[in-house]
Write a protein that binds this ligand. Structure first.
Ligand code: 13P
Length: 249
């Protein structure tokens, strides 16, 4: 069975002191959590202190981005091995905010995922349509293209270490969550697409998170759906109380 994975994307929020304090609260609130994987993705400046704070707990660390090279003259970038060294296991790749503000496309996302996988880091690869695409009935063609682009050339064994996050862009930070039915429709489509590219067994073990205005009040109904295996949480991950409630849906 697929183990639910709940990840908090702190985005560009929290000072080091605030990050440590949030990590301390989460450690306390979630010390008895069983049956799900919990990941927090603080900004780069907070990764190391949060790693220290969470050492020995069941909460796993994720980064929000990485660069697709081992080292070198890439001013301002962070390599997968630098993240690995401080205990980062997951990395969000291709978030819609990076696609929008930094022009990341499926091919770059694919390259980044390959680099992460080479170092045994687990990519959380984000896909999702804009409101305009949804209104023009392009959701499934956009998702199909994103899936084939981001997974291009990845082996079956690499697929086992990937999480896909379906984040409809119109639902991010807007308070407009996709209904569980809307989300499930896309999640089951994603699984079918992965099935077409890999084997059924691989597609059925792939974890697909939903992201976009996930809150304590809507997480349970989303998680009841067959193909929704977790959540990628933005705003509600910034408070220990709401994130802990989401984890314990
Ligand atoms: P919100 O939960 O704030 O809508 O953000 C979702 C998101 O972008 C997580 O990566």
């Amino acid at each position: 069975m697929r183990k639910p994975i709940i990840a908090g994307n702190w985005k560009m929020n929290k000072s080091v002191a605030e990050s440590i304090s949030l990590a301390k609260e989460l450690k306390e609130n979630l010390r008895n959590v069983e049956g799900r994987e919990v990941v927090v993705c603080p900004p780069f400046t907070s990764l190391f202190p949060v790693a220290e704070e969470l050492r020995g707990t069941k909460i796993t660390l994720g980064a929000q981005n990485l660069f697709a090279a081992e080292s070198g003259a890439y001013t301002g970038e962070i390599s997968p091995s630098m993240l690995k060294e401080i205990g980062v296991l997951y990395c969000i790749i291709g978030h819609s905010e990076r696609r929008r503000y930094f022009k990341e496309d499926n091919s770059l996302v694919n390259q980044k995922a390959k680099f992460a996988l080479n170092l045994e880091m687990k990519p959380i690869i984000c896909i999702g349509e804009t409101l305009e695409q949804r209104e023009k009935n392009l959701t499934f063609s956009v998702i199909k293209q994103q899936i084939s682009g981001v997974l291009d050339g990845l082996s079956t064994s690499e697929l086992a270490n990937i999480v896909i996050a379906y984040e409809p862009i119109w639902a991010i930070g807007t308070g407009k969550t996709a209904t569980p039915e809307q989300a499930e429709e896309v999640h089951s489509f994603i699984r079918k697409e992965v099935f077409a590219l890999y084997e059924e067994e691989m597609a059925s073990s792939l974890r697909i998170q939903y992201g976009g205005s996930v809150k304590p009040g809507n997480v349970a109904s989303l998680m009841q759906k067959e193909d929704i295996d977790g959540a990628l949480v933005g705003g509600a991950a910034l408070s220990a109380d709401s994130f802990s409630k989401i984890v314990q849906y």
